[in-house]
Design a protein. Structure first.
Length: 450
């Protein structure tokens, strides 16, 4: 059979999927979600140890959210984003109260859009408020960071496997190495490694010409790119460097916002604030698609002007600030607060990591177990001393074995030979010990099978 003659299961074009592997297969269709559990059309149940794409923080099947959505949809399903309604204003107020500093919230629909928005805000802000002779447009981001699939956010992304075939990207982007403590130079302590990466960032700004650099865009901790926990001195150090050179700092909290890392917001872990923040996944836990770009007051003020001055932010998103999504988001963040889900995530994440270390800490294929809150990465290697990444084929066996054991397991997929092959575990923040034990058992079975 030629590839062209292969029988596809349906007409759905799935993301990051080689459809030839689906030939002759009928993929299970999920029909229900409850807590951390998904059920398929044959009645098989799986624990989703990835919470969708680390999105469903409050867990599946929340009837109270569905009720809010239904009510809002009947009342007023959609409103042009320039107009004002209660859910949108209330949600913006709630977010700024939760963040604890004065800010304005610009809503869009996806993490990619939220980052595009942040990049555009940073550029326009400098254009309107910069010093004479400056031309700040460059965005510095980091290798292994992920920021989205649209042209600007994709260009900012530092993962070659996400860009192959789609380049050249947008102009004006520069990448630097992030701290990667597991693969640091053996003579350096973790803190020294953090300092080394800070020096690299500072040197990059100097060599690019600080007067051309608009912003540093980074996840406080690189998540999907391999769960790279930064040294304690790093995030604060980035803030200091940005301040020294008049560069704005944008935190992509698309993953780390709303409890994933054990605190409500990722930046609080490192005691450092950005000028602009982006949020998406946990913002409505996937019950509706919504994202937010939150700009602190000094950024917002930089867009104030007389009517004819054209200083306002000139972007519009048809579905940004969707009334139903905002009503749902509001309910979602109330649940996260009321049930103190970041704390449960921290407890369960600590429990998970200690159980995995007990069961697999000495296994020859396990390079490192690391993470924060309820986001854990297990770096898989075929040789512990050389730190050789485990091959794609063996990782496939591992994740397939986990699925056969009822656990949907994540991993960062490298379509080019990876430097960093990492299992990703981030269940909904409502997970309990018994469910965590099941995840541990399935990972153990998978590691032993590959
Ligand atoms: N930033 C980060 C850190 C992400 O993990 C993602 C999504 N994986 C995005 C941005 C892009 O979000 P979206 O897929 O909603 O466009």
């Amino acid at each position: 059979m030629t590839i062209q003659n292969m029988q596809m299961p349906d007409h759905l074009w799935r993301p990051i999927t080689q459809h030839s592997t689906l030939s002759g297969i009928t993929p299970p269709r999920m029909v229900k979600g409850e807590g951390v559990w998904l059920t398929d059309d044959k009645g098989n149940r799986f624990i989703d140890s990835l919470a969708g794409l680390w999105t469903v923080n409050v867990g599946y099947g929340r009837k109270e959210i569905a009720a809010v959505a239904a009510e809002q949809m009947e009342q007023l399903a959609y409103l042009a984003p320039m107009m004002t309604s209660d859910p949108v204003v209330d949600f913006a107020e709630k977010l700024q109260t939760m963040l604890g500093f004065e800010a304005h919230v610009y809503f869009s629909v996806s993490g990619s859009e939220a980052n595009e928005t942040a990049i555009k805000m940073a550029r326009q802000y400098h254009l309107q408020n910069g010093k004479q002779g400056e031309n700040r447009f460059k965005i510095i981001s980091r290798y292994r960071g992920y920021h989205g699939n649209t042209l600007g956010a994709m260009t900012a992304t530092g993962q070659a496997e996400r860009k192959m075939g789609y380049e050249p990207g947008a102009p004006g982007f520069v990448h630097v190495m992030p701290p990667y403590p597991y693969r640091r130079h053996e003579k350096l302590t973790v803190e020294e490694h953090g300092a080394e990466m800070l020096t690299l960032l500072e040197e990059t700004i100097i060599h690019e010409g600080a007067q051309t650099v608009a912003a540093v865009l980074m996840e406080p901790m690189i998540t999907g790119g391999g769960v790279l926990v930064p040294p304690d001195n790093y995030v604060k150090g980035v803030r200091e460097i940005c301040d020294r050179y008049g560069v704005l700092l944008i935190f992509d909290e698309v993953v780390s916002g709303f409890g994933r890392l054990g605190q409500m917001f990722g930046h609080r872990i490192w005691g450092t604030e950005a000028d602009i923040f982006t949020f998406a996944k946990g913002l409505a836990s996937g019950y509706m698609p919504i994202a937010a770009t939150v700009a602190k007051k000094h950024i917002f003020d930089g867009f104030l002007g007389e009517p004819g001055e054209m200083k306002h932010f000139r972007q519009v998103n048809t579905f940004g600030g969707h009334t139903v999504a905002c009503a749902v988001g509001l309910k979602n963040v109330q649940i996260i607060e009321d049930e103190d889900l970041p704390a449960n995530g921290q407890r369960m994440g600590d429990y998970f990591r200690s159980r995995i270390r007990e069961e697999l800490g000495d296994h020859p294929l396990v390079g490192e177990v690391r993470g924060m809150g309820l986001l854990t990465g297990i770096e898989m290697v075929s040789d512990r001393s050389a730190k050789t990444p485990l091959s794609e084929d063996r990782l496939n066996v591992l994740t397939r074995t986990a699925i056969a054991n009822g656990i949907i397991l994540g991993r960062n997929s490298n379509t080019i030979p990876g430097r960093c092959n990492v299992l990703l575990i981030a269940p909904p923040l409502v997970v309990n010990e018994e469910e965590t034990d099941r995840i541990v058992a399935a990972i153990k079975a998978g590691v032993e099978a590959c």
